[in-house]
Design a protein around this ligand. Structure first.
Ligand SMILES: [Zn+2]
Length: 590
């Protein structure tokens, strides 16, 4: 190639890299649940590959969003049809003449309530853009422009930047930014407020008994507590999207927004409302922990396949740990509540047989095939990067405080990791371990070998003592245990879990057995549990079950409680340093 031609090619490539990929989203017939999408790709010569993501951020599960795509078509700027064919389950390849712009169009079926992926109906539209917009192969770094055409009088709420005030035109610096910015379109109520010098919006779809002033007061407190934790807000504007609907729950974190579900009437129930604020605390903490400070495997996200990482215990576990602490530090929960929570954590950790089977690192890595494809024997066979991840985070926090003489903590490690590891770089467990050792001023290899890569039981008693706490085993009234979970499903009462090593397992009870009778009398789940609990250890019972419609009877011997209840209290003999660690840890005034 001669030099002029090379330069020409280079300039063409640079120009097309700067020309936005333009998406247009419309929803002319919401009750059909079909989004209408067009993607316009700047002029070029090579075939255009459009890829539909196989998964969305926050849920580590292959979902194959291409399954909802229909009516695909591709045209040039004059509206003439271009040839295309599919090359794999997620890819549409369009061939084009030289220097031709391409506009592809397709529709997406969107009727997935509470999945936080894509939903369009007569009431509203919600989309995680990864579940709706294809990306252009080789152009994921190109800027993006999005035009939304709302249905009727609906309006748009999103964390994306508006190209011009009053218009439904949005911009993003690249595809990943678009994919991580959910969009709500409907008659949602938008409540703006300022915190930490930045604009925030609480956007609620659906009716409920919420009070705007209360929400603003409480959300602001959570923002400000996180600002104290992390040192700065990593965004200009943040949007809390809320779906206020019967049976709604859970949430997903995004770049500068979150989508959360809540039931309509929890706002007047103090316990349920504080529980909802706990969800807000969790999702908002993710703005730093997983969106900014993210596993190296997510830098960048690869939407074509599983992104394997052993670091989810930090992204989810540490978030689940600190979301509770933030609630205490912000004044929504008190010291007594947290001490009770600690007792519950110890019991839940020790009552999960899977913690002795699968390491925390393996639980993170296999999230794609285990955690998100939950099987009925999960608690027997698997650890849990949320639950155990939060327990290990807690013990690590106290270990660092203890070793460093309370000069450092897991919080201070995360804060410096957040500054040193931007989203483009990511972090690894090895880097985190090195940062923890530096902060502690002591080697912590054994801690991570035992509790991240191994399955050594967690040293609750020893570690909680660093904060001047003592653990006692409370003597609960002797309740009989069988080791099964039974659930009423329609007219049937079904065994949905059997704990390994339990009397139920020894007796030969199986998951999916339908309980017909206990000692000859018909029972439902509530009565079954009450009667087992009322029996003393050593009592023999007859359980009649249907298995594959065949009646059979097993005999089981009730055991005593597999585990005691744990009570965590402040020790009368705590040293001044231990008391200081406790006060700083919970953010109490010394
Ligand atoms: Zn989370």
């Amino acid at each position: 190639m001669n030099r002029t031609f090379t330069l020409f090619l280079l300039l063409t490539v640079m120009a097309s890299a700067r020309t936005p990929v333009h998406y247009r989203l419309s929803m002319s017939a919401p009750s059909t649940h079909l989004f209408e999408v067009t993607v316009t790709v700047p002029p070029g010569n090579a075939p255009v590959d459009l890829h539909m993501p196989a998964w969305r951020t926050g849920r580590y599960l292959i979902q194959d969003f291409s399954g909802g795509v229909q009516d695909f078509d591709a045209r040039n700027a004059s509206g003439e049809t271009l040839e295309w064919r599919k090359t794999d389950k997620d890819t549409w390849r369009i061939t084009r003449p030289k220097n031709t712009a391409v506009t592809a169009s397709y529709r997406v079926y969107a009727n997935e309530f509470n999945q936080r992926t894509r939903e369009l109906n007569g009431d509203h539209a919600f989309l995680d853009p990864a579940a709706v917009f294809m990306y252009v192969g080789g152009m994921t770094d190109a800027p993006v422009r999005l035009t939304v055409v709302p249905y009727g009088d609906w309006h748009v709420t999103t964390g994306l930047e508006r190209a011009a005030e009053g218009e439904d035109e949005f911009t993003a610096p690249n595809y990943e930014h678009l994919a991580d910015s959910p969009v709500e379109v409907g008659r949602q109520t938008d409540i703006p407020f300022t915190a930490g010098g930045r604009e925030h919006v609480i956007s609620i779809y659906g009716e409920g008994n919420w009070n705007a002033d209360t929400l603003v007061r409480d959300f602001r407190a959570i923002v400000e507590e996180n600002l104290r934790f992390w040192g700065r807000l990593p965004y200009d504007r943040y949007v809390f999207l809320i779906h206020c609907q019967p049976n709604a729950g859970g949430g997903t974190e995004h770049l500068n927004s979150t989508i959360m579900g809540v039931r309509p009437f929890v706002f007047s129930d103090p316990a349920a409302y504080t529980g909802f604020l706990g969800l807000v605390s969790h999702e908002y903490f993710h703005t730093w922990n997983v969106k900014q400070l993210r596993p190296k495997a997510f830098a960048p996200y690869d939407f074509t396949k599983e992104n394997y990482t052993e670091e989810l215990w930090v992204s989810e576990g540490a978030t689940s740990y600190f979301d509770d602490l933030i609630m205490v530090r912000a004044g929504f929960r008190d010291e007594r509540w947290y001490l009770d929570l600690l007792g519950g954590m110890i019991r839940s950790d020790r009552s999960r047989p899977g913690n002795a089977v699968q390491s925390l690192a393996a639980s993170s890595f296999d999230a794609w095939v285990k955690y998100w494809k939950r099987k009925e024997n999960a608690s027997n066979a698997e650890s849990d990067y949320y639950g155990k991840g939060s327990h290990v985070s807690l013990l690590l926090d106290l270990e660092i405080r203890h070793r460093s003489g309370n000069r450092a903590s897991f919080s201070s490690v995360l804060r410096s990791m957040f500054e040193d590891h931007p989203p483009s770089k990511g972090f690894t467990n090895e880097e985190l371990i090195a940062a923890c050792e530096k902060a502690a001023g002591a080697p912590l290899r054994d801690f991570f070998r035992d509790h991240l890569y191994g399955t050594v039981p967690l040293p609750w008693e020893r570690t909680l003592a660093y904060a001047g706490l003592s653990v006692t085993e409370a003597h609960a009234p002797a309740k009989g245990e069988l080791g099964v979970t039974v659930t009423d499903i329609g007219e049937r009462t079904r065994i949905t879990a059997v704990r390994s090593g339990s009397p139920a397992e020894t007796a030969g009870l199986e998951i999916n057995d339908d309980v017909a009778a206990l000692d000859g009398f018909r029972v439902r789940a509530g009565e079954f549990n009450a009667r087992i609990a009322s029996l003393g250890p050593g009592t023999t019972i007859r359980i009649t079950v249907f298995r594959n419609d065949r009646l059979r009877e097993v005999t089981a011997t009730i055991s005593g409680p597999a585990l005691p209840l744990y009570s965590v209290t402040r020790s009368g003999t705590a040293t001044p340093r231990e008391k200081e660690i406790f006060m700083d840890w919970l953010g109490l005034r010394r």
